[in-house]
Design a protein around this ligand. Structure first.
Ligand code: B1M
Length: 215
């Protein structure tokens, strides 16, 4: 049993009002911030992922868990030395041009962050040029595009084609998702992967990053 099981349970239960108190108490008791993060906060989010996958937890609950974890992280940030938090990779997310839906994308971003990625969210209604600019400036490992409308899903293709035209397509992996998107569509438009939901998106990023590391 982990020393920080109470914090992990707090994250799992999404009790965001309680987490500050528990983290402060652990610090007062002399715990190392990285242990609180790894075993308590991230430990708790790791319990969330399989439950979300099997439908035992729903979107609002997962969002509360992610919020709880983030509050704890925020509190511990100042105690962490640079280099302690090793990122699994940099991921840029955005909802494509013409599309304002962001709830699913935000959930995907939160789950990715909780599982150790640095996520840079460009927001909604993102033009192909803005994805390009972000690739050039941030040098991400992965770009994650979301689309919720049948009228905007083709803007994923437009963006991928634009990145190809500008010569940066092979510098990043591209994953796509959103209600009208499918694996078949992802294949058609030349994406590297499709995430059916936030948990699947995390698994997909893990496998793409590990592929890259072994290339
Ligand atoms: Co909109 N809307 N909406 N809407 N909306 C839908 C998508 C719609 C299906 C509703 C319907 O008619 N039944 C329909 C689309 C129909 C179609 O295209 N065939 C629709 C429409 C028509 C519209 C407008 C055109 C309505 C109008 O104005 N006439 C308009 C368009 C605005 C625009 O974008 N330009 C519009 C506006 C809105 C609101 C602003 C009111 C609001 C959005 C608020 C916001 O996002 N901040 C809204 C909402 C809330 C919805 C519904 C009801 C819910 C979407 C949602 O958040 N789902 C939606 C109906 C529905 O889907 N049931 C609908 C919850 C979310 C967690 O799921 O986004 O699917 P989802 O994300 C999942 C997965 O898809 C996946 O993981 C997530 C978590 O499991 N995923 C990824 C998502 N992105 C991913 C990226 C990845 C990987 C996985 O990798 C990068």
């Amino acid at each position: 049993m982990s020393k920080f099981e109470n914090i992990a349970q707090c994250v799992l239960d999404g009790e965001f009002k309680k987490v500050k108190g528990l983290v402060n108490k652990a610090m007062e008791d002399g715990a190392k911030p990285m242990d609180i993060i790894n075993e308590g906060l991230i430990g708790g989010m790791n319990l969330v992922t399989p439950l979300f996958k099997t439908g035992e937890m729903f979107v609002p609950e997962v969002m509360k868990s992610a919020k709880t974890m983030n509050i704890g992280m925020e509190l511990l940030k100042e105690y962490i030395k640079e280099g302690d938090l090793v990122t699994k990779g940099v991921i840029i997310t955005g909802t494509v041009k013409g599309d304002l839906h962001d709830i699913g994308k935000n959930l995907v971003g939160m789950m990715l962050e909780s599982s150790g990625y640095t996520v840079i969210d460009l927001g909604t209604d993102i033009e192909p040029e803005d994805f390009l600019k972000a690739i050039e400036e941030q040098k991400p490992d992965i770009i994650g595009m979301s689309a919720l409308l049948t009228t905007t899903m083709m803007n994923i293709k437009e963006t991928i084609d634009f990145l190809e035209e500008k010569g940066v397509r092979n510098k990043v992996k591209i994953i796509v998702g959103g209600a009208p998107i499918s694996q078949e569509f992802a294949n058609q438009v030349g994406a590297d992967g499709y995430g059916e939901d936030a948990a699947a998106a995390v698994e997909l990023c893990d496998s793409l990053v590990s592929e890259k590391a072994h290339a």
